[in-house]
Write a protein that binds this ligand. Sequence first.
Ligand code: NAP
Length: 530
Amino acid sequence: MELHGNNIIAGELARGDGSAHRATDPTRVIEIDPPFTAASAAQIDQAVSAADEAFDQYRALSDAQVGDFLDRIGEEIIALGDALVERATQETALPTARITMERGRTVGQLKMFANLVRDGSYIDARIDTAIPDRQPLPKPDLRSVLMPIGPIVVFAASNFPLAFSVAGGDTASALAAGCPVVFKAHRAHPGTSELVATAIGRAVQACDMPAGVFSLIHGGHDVGQALVQHPLTRAVGFTGSQRGGRALFDLAAARAEPIPVYAEMGSLNPVFVLPGALDERAEALADGFVPSLTLGVGQFCTNPGLVFGLDDDKLDRFVSRTSALVEQAAPGTMLTAGICEAYHEDSSGVESLSGVAVAARTGTDVNRDKTQSPAIVFETSGTTFLKEPQLSEEMFGPASVVVRCKSKAQIEMIARNLEGHLTGTIHGTNEDLHEYAALVRILERKVGRLIFNAFPTGVEVCPSMHHGGPYPAATDVHFTSVGTAAIKRFQRPIAYQGFPDDALPTALRNANAGGIWRTVNGNVSRECAS
Ligand code: NAP
């Protein structure tokens, strides 16, 4: 399929009148056709206005219709075939197997939300029937439900060109909630974005959806910012850097009418290797840690960027095995020249710090002209870590710092000083867990997901997953961007007081025609309300 490079606004191709940019093949550092033209101010307005116009029609559709639409998007993505895999591989340098797996995950997420919507209970219907003779005052009939909030602007991350991009988790959960989406294409994978947007367009037509339910917009930061500032935008979904997420959060908060920005951002994902685990399996821990560090050239928001342990001979065994494996690791091609440059700058900055040493680095020479980077493991002391803020900043790539702590008390002090992270990992024995119970309590306040005896990379997509965490891991600690609960970001409660039964939304009527789970006078049931 030949790419056209246009914006896609409510199903129509629209050539932007702003600047044009091309994708870059990171392995060869050459630009690839076609040019993608940035949307004009008028086109940005057209896309958000079309989303707003589509909103009432879209939210009135049945759960079955929305479920079929989501499934159809997945089918259309698969129908793109090799063209999608080839373009995504070319734009990101991620291997074919990884892109194929990510495509499966993307389709799986769409199916998961389709099933959630078909079940109907996601709107959390609550009914409290009237008690007219209650003393001293009568109780009114009150019923509430979660309704979609309106047009959502979504931004993608560069490191998940499918699963966190055009038809990724944010888009799937917003569409499932009943919200139209205006998607700002990531400049690192515009061709992949166009292909997936084309698949969504085909699903819109096949399922007879209102055209404004989805638009794809190209452009730079100015275009993204205009989308966030558009008065009809109701919320923003974002996956990417802390700097980008925070900038858009501040912009949304400064609007005349502030709106939420659900930004999932970078994280260092601290790993604690406790004495019992090191005693039992220091080398095996290194065998698990290094693949987690180097997977995808370390370009995961769940990459283990910090390792803490007591400074003793057991930690020496872990570091020694880690070093041997890191030295053998092949250099990897990063997603973009910008990410590669930032990685080299950040890791050089850490290397120059007093009290920090390089424990190991990829042995083979890296070719910076081919966007390659080495894996690096640094070592430092707990005391240096506590006084050097740069060691708590993300190096986006395959780098990690092993922190040698002098006591259990210092480990706990370090944990208390941590910022918010997506994950926190503990490797230990049952005795360690007992001995370090205070550490677990501290980490509960610092992270969104606590992991025991595993590594943080690999985010399972399922109802109980929580992918978020206290700031700066995310801008809103209450929500996840992965799993069925992600839909809640795009819903809001509305209560109806004293409404006649036939004027209520179907889910709140006494009969419960859809047979959904509801909370009726405090009891969860699928029965009629009276
Ligand atoms: P990024 O540079 O923040 O870009 C994300 C998107 O936001 C892009 O579309 C970018 O526009 C846009 N953007 C960034 N700053 C902006 C600004 N000031 N104004 C308007 N738009 C702005 O992130 P990335 O390079 O894609 O991804 C790498 C980072 O994402 C890493 O730090 C990683 O840890 C994090 N990440 C987090 C998660 C998570 O779930 N928490 C997942 C994956 C990645 P352009 O297209 O114009 O560049």
